[in-house]
Design a protein around this ligand. Structure first.
Ligand code: NAD
Length: 264
């Protein structure tokens, strides 16, 4: 418990269940005094998200599918009506057809490429724009990315291309909104067992490989991502924007696996 987020209000997008990265972030922010609103994708997930939101004292739960812009607009209209303004936004949304999260990137279809890009990348730009419109006093916006954006990770495929575009968006949006005192950053998380994570072929292998080869010799938790999100969304990081911050046990710095990992 602390007070780093006292007096701050914000929107959490991307809680599907209590394994979601967005949930780790929400818990951490609430423990520091943040007032939260949540969106959920469809009624089935809504039934899971409602008790979670309520357990953090939130009574603002809004349906939103980022493929449906009317539903996106409705979220921000509701927030404007309820709070007038917000201080932060968490975008923890990603999707690609499971059938293309295996095999070769080269075989990606145009239809899934476009859909993956819209949901996993461009939605952040659309949401940040609407959030910024109700951030008269500045604010902080974050998204979630993965190291498959800059280095090839087997099976990550079109998602890696979308994350590369998402990270570039973070830099462009940081430049666009900086003059308004709105900061835009990304957290690049190591593999975590979530619904979305399970959609990638051989996810278990990736998970174990990270455990054996990351400098910290383990994977990360959603609470650890929450800690870094707290930093990026609170005034602790008031001088930071346009960053991609790794929370991956240091995996991204490694070139070759440690010989000990190869011997066992
Ligand atoms: P998750 O399945 O818990 O969350 C993904 C969320 O995206 C869900 O809440 C889902 O409802 C939402 N979503 C998908 N399509 C949507 C749409 N059209 N409209 C609205 N919401 C939609 O999995 P997660 O791992 O917590 O994923 C959150 C973010 O973290 C994603 O961007 C993912 O790429 C990223 N990430 C995950 C990992 C990992 O290993 N799990 C690592 C790095 C980055």
């Amino acid at each position: 418990q602390g007070n780093l987020m006292n007096g701050k209000r914000g929107l959490i997008m991307g809680v599907a269940n209590d394994h979601s990265i967005a949930w780790g972030i929400a818990k951490t922010l609430a423990a520091q005094g943040a007032e939260l609103a949540f969106t959920y994708q469809g009624e089935a997930l809504g039934r899971r998200v409602r008790p979670l939101a309520e357990s953090l004292g939130s009574d603002t739960l809004i349906s939103c599918d980022v493929e449906d812009l009317d539903s996106v607009d409705a979220v921000f209209a509701a927030l404007k009506e309820k709070w007038g303004s917000i201080d932060f936004l968490v975008h923890a949304i990603g999707f690609s057809d499971k059938n293309e999260l295996k095999g070769r990137y080269a075989d990606t279809t145009r239809a899934n490429f476009t859909r993956t890009m819209v949901i996993s990348c461009f939605s952040f730009t659309e949401l940040a724009k609407r959030a910024a419109a109700i951030m008269p006093n500045g604010g902080s916006v974050i998204t979630l990315t993965y190291g498959g954006s800059t280095r090839v990770m087997p099976n990550y495929n079109v998602m890696g291309v979308a994350k590369a575009a998402l990270e570039a968006s973070v830099r462009y949006l940081a430049a666009d909104y900086g003059p308004q005192g709105i900061r835009v950053n990304a957290i690049s998380a190591g593999p975590i067992r979530t619904l979305a994570g399970a959609g990638i072929a051989d996810a278990r292998l990736m998970f174990n490989y990270q455990k054996r080869n990351a400098p910290l010799r383990r994977t990360v938790t959603i609470d650890e991502v929450g800690g870094s999100a707290l930093y990026l969304l609170s005034d602790l990081s008031s001088g930071v924007t346009g960053e991609v911050h790794f929370v991956d046990s240091g995996y991204n710095i490694i070139s070759m696996p440690h010989p000990d990992a190869l011997k066992t």
